[in-house]
Design a protein around this ligand. Structure first.
Ligand code: AHG
Ligand code: MN
Ligand code: MN
Length: 331
């Protein structure tokens, strides 16, 4: 039998990367392994989400007498557990937790990294079968190794991330992972339960034909944003417009599509909410990092997202991200 298998699994990819970095300790690589494991578990639950009404409402006790957790709480618990057990992570900050959690155990205190995470993004789309996701970023801690991590480890500028990624639970499940060396996409092959390298070395097209924004808020946006959205709808030689408007309400889905096809994503501030809705630390920074490595850009309308010093874990910020040329014509 001839076995011709050119596609690397995530495990094979990890080993290859480690070999090419002789000084690597493998800690970061282990983090990726842990995240992929949690992603597979979350994926199983996401696939069952449509059965929730049959198996029991969230928050209730199901037919087996188990309490049914909300999916975003389940995802949070799952990512936390694998990261703690994996001992490559000193602690996490999550959308689902008011405060950071330091894994105050001997082995975790010895580890170099902390993780910021939105365990389930786009959760309003769970009930209607639209793609949802997980977003994460990894920082090298600045607090002393050997002691519990502290809040300053999580409030570093996005440009100091060592890695970032997302998982999209969609028509297929994908893990997209970025380090400074590049962005790679792995699709879950359900027949073997492994992520496989389906999208090596992702580059975001410099110019695209898609804009993604909540159009319903148009009159609450400032004049600059309104003018840009208006321009997206017009035919000009230089922009190649009019563009198509695509917006699912899951930023993972919207940004994933725009990164692969070329496009711009916007979540501007409004008169009522000048800082917008999205969170700097665990939603915008990881995506800004991934997009910049892929050749795209991300700003708050004035400044690069990655250069902003976060003031608190759950800080919100206006967010504009996507193809390089489209971002240039916005700023
Ligand atoms: P989350 O589910 O983690 O709270 O985030 C949802 C976010 C983001 O994914 C999406 O782009 C945005 O909310 C949509 O908000 P609007 O409905 O206000 O457009
Ligand atoms: Mn979110
Ligand atoms: Mn969320």
């Amino acid at each position: 039998m001839i076995i011709n298998r050119d596609i690397l699994t995530l495990e094979e990819f990890r080993k290859q990367e480690l070999r090419s970095l002789p000084n690597a300790t493998g800690e970061l690589s282990n983090l990726l392994r842990d995240i992929a494991l949690a992603a597979k578990r979350v994926n199983v639950e996401v696939n069952k989400a449509g059965l929730v009404d049959i198996l029991g409402e969230t928050g209730s006790v199901n037919i087996q007498g188990e309490s049914v957790q909300r999916l975003d709480e389940f995802a949070n618990a799952e990512f936390m557990a694998v990261l703690q057990r994996g001992v490559s992570c000193a602690g996490i900050a999550s959308e689902e937790l008011d405060d950071l959690v330091a894994f105050n155990e001997e082995l975790c205190n010895q580890s170099k990294y902390v993780v910021v995470i939105d365990p389930l993004d786009g959760s309003s789309n769970i009930d209607v079968n639209i793609s949802i996701g997980t977003i994460f970023g990894v920082y090298r801690r600045i607090s002393e190794k050997g002691s519990p991590c502290t809040v300053k480890d999580f409030l570093q500028k996005g440009e100091l991330q060592v890695a970032a990624g997302y998982i999209i639970y969609g028509s297929s499940t994908m893990l997209v992972y970025a380090t400074r060396r590049g962005v790679n996409g792995f699709t879950l092959d359900p027949s073997i339960g492994e992520f496989t390298l389906s999208h090596p070395d992702i580059h975001c097209p410099e110019q695209g034909k898609i804009y993604s924004v909540n159009h319903g808020n148009f009159f609450a946006y400032n004049e600059k944003v309104q003018k840009y959205i208006d321009a997206c709808q017009r035919k000009t030689k230089e922009s190649g417009g009019p563009y198509s408007q695509r917006y699912t309400g899951s930023m993972v889905a919207d940004l994933h599509r725009n990164m692969l096809k070329g496009g711009i994503f916007m979540y501007p501030g409004t008169k009522a909410n000048p800082e917008g809705k999205l969170r700097l630390v665990y939603e915008c920074n990881p995506f800004a990092f991934i997009l910049e490595v892929a050749g795209g850009a991300a700003t708050n309308g004035q400044q690069k997202i990655l250069q902003i010093t976060p003031l608190s874990l759950h800080q919100r910020i206006p967010f504009f991200a996507g193809s390089k040329k489209m971002m240039e014509s916005f700023t």
